[in-house]
Design a protein around this ligand. Structure first.
Ligand SMILES: *[C@@H]1O[C@H](CO)[C@@H](O)[C@H](O)[C@H]1NC(C)=O
Ligand SMILES: *[C@@H]1O[C@H](CO)[C@@H](O)[C@H](O)[C@H]1NC(C)=O
Ligand SMILES: *[C@@H]1O[C@H](CO)[C@@H](O)[C@H](O)[C@H]1NC(C)=O
Length: 462
């Protein structure tokens, strides 16, 4: 089955042969697509339970069960549900080259090119480097701008800023300079351009983001709706929540293996700093009251008592539940890490946004508890959960955690593929604003009926 977009093709290229497509052809194709779509859905509904594949991303149960992603565990393909995205990825992404745009190099490695990608790929913000590398290798990469559906603008600014490679002012000015050299950015008002902002600050890292890239697609782990800033840089309709970057030692090498439930010393744990956050402070108090149930040490982040990566994971795996309270912002890496040591994550971060919510039923793999109710009541509740239910959630989590891993796209169950599916949903035939109009013959004009190629888009562009 082809999905409607592929059948119609974006305005500037089509995927099928060289026969010109008349409008009648296109409408015919669309009808076929729509019919096949409903037939396939029908079949899916009647036969889904007989399928031999395992359910990877767990659905909402009942009538919707067939609408979930299925992963055939034998190394086969991930069957994405129709209600998710369709059945085939067909995307063309142009990745800007470091040297083609003046300033891009500084966004990748600092003002004097001193900061290496190797130092930026590590840690919870490594997704900014990994996604760039994965897109460079992707079979969906195109080297022709004129046929691209989407454009990827690589930048490692979170890392570059932390390592002193650029300050806030330079980041802002460099982004503006870079964007001003991108005609395709102007053409769409930025709407088909993709940016990654891997930290809690989201797109705020680029001070004038709201002026210049608030129409673009932003990949970020953060839905920072309650952040200290008065405006959120995350918009659920155009942006995509991505998983945080879990240490490779855990995702690919699994150097710290999970413990059997009965061998775990604690009911729950939280291993992190207090950072003066209400929820975290409450947990630390609670741990003093119930030291045998809750492990919640004041962690040292420097000096000889600092936990190493492996020690950290060894602690984390020693509880049935891994608590994930809000920190400086609402997303927390701990949530993702929990799946690799196989504790059940308990979100204590009310505003959190989670990735791929259309295909993952988070109720089956985690718990979200109101942060205003952190106290003995929480521990009592967690204690009341039978081990069988915990085991079940852990088993479900084991199946979906591949979606948190930035593995090559040849791996059907990976963050990479999930992001590509999400991106495919963001492809638009049309990229303009309320000041844009079109005519029967495909001409795009402005309010004064002047052809698109002859006017300056009305939005503020560099
Ligand atoms: C960001 O840079 C642009 C271009 O130099 C400038 O117009 C804008 O005022 C800057 N934004 C901030 C917040 O300084
Ligand atoms: C984007 O920015 C422009 C200019 O600042 C503003 O007019 C518009 O409302 C913004 N759009 C969104 C979705 O924030
Ligand atoms: C489309 O129609 C308009 C109005 O008749 C005309 O001005 C324009 O040149 C046409 N565009 C093309 C591409 O033929």
């Amino acid at each position: 089955m082809n999905k409607p977009r592929a059948a119609l093709g974006p305005p500037h290229h089509h995927h099928y042969g060289s026969t010109p497509c008349t409008r009648t052809h296109q409408i015919g194709a669309l009808l076929v697509v729509v019919t096949t779509f409903f037939l396939t859905r029908l079949f899916d509904h009647s036969f889904a339970p007989c399928s031999s594949s395992t359910i990877a991303a767990i659905g909402r149960g009942g009538a919707y069960e067939s609408a979930v992603a299925r992963f055939d565990g034998g190394g086969g393909s991930l069957a994405w549900p129709h209600r998710g995205y369709g059945t085939r990825l067909s995307l063309r992404i142009y990745v800007y080259e470091e040297d083609e745009v003046d300033g891009l190099k500084a966004l990748l490695s600092g003002r004097d090119g001193r900061i290496s990608p190797e130092s930026c790929v590590k840690g919870q913000w490594g997704s900014q480097v990994k996604i760039h590398r994965l897109f460079l290798e992707s079979k969906f990469r195109t080297r022709k701008k004129e046929e691209a559906d989407l454009f990827f603008v690589p930048a490692y600014v979170k890392c570059v800023r932390m390592m002193g490679g650029l300050n806030d002012k330079e980041i802002n000015q460099t982004y503006v300079k870079v964007l001003s050299q991108m005609p395709y950015f102007r053409l769409s008002g930025g709407r088909n351009h993709i940016f990654v902002f891997p930290s809690g600050a989201g797109a705020h890292l680029f001070q004038s983001w709201a002026t210049y890239i608030n129409r673009s697609i932003i990949l970020t782990p953060e839905g920072d709706r309650t952040d200290k800033r008065d405006s959120s840089a995350f918009n659920t309709w155009k942006d995509i929540i991505i998983p945080g970057n879990v240490d490779d030692k855990m995702t690919s090498d699994a150097v710290v293996r999970p413990l059997p439930l009965r061998k775990r010393k604690y009911l729950a744990n939280y291993l992190g700093r207090a950072q003066n956050k209400v929820g975290r402070l409450r947990l630390m108090e609670l741990a003093k009251q119930y030291p045998e149930k809750l492990e919640c040490p004041e962690l040292k982040f420097k000096g000889p008592d600092k936990l190493g990566r492996l020690e950290y994971f060894e602690h984390l795996r020693n509880a049935k539940f891994c608590l994930a309270p809000r920190g400086e912002s609402s997303w927390t890496l701990r949530f993702y890490e929990a799946f690799f040591v196989e504790c059940v994550p308990v979100l204590l971060s009310d505003q959190v946004e989670l990735p791929f919510q259309n295909v993952i039923d988070y109720k089956k793999i985690s718990i979200k508890w109101p942060s205003s109710r952190i106290g003995p009541e929480l521990l009592e509740y967690l204690e009341s959960i039978p081990d069988e239910s915990i085991e079940e959630m852990i088993a479900n989590g084991r199946q979906v955690r591949c979606l948190w891993v930035y593995a090559p796209e040849s791996n059907p169950c990976s963050a990479t593929n999930a992001i590509l599916w999400e991106l495919q949903r963001k492809v638009r035939y049309f990229h303009q604003s309320t000041e844009t109009f079109w005519l029967h013959n495909g001409s795009v004009v402005n309010r004064d009926l002047i052809e698109f190629s002859k006017w300056r888009p009305p939005m503020p562009l560099p």
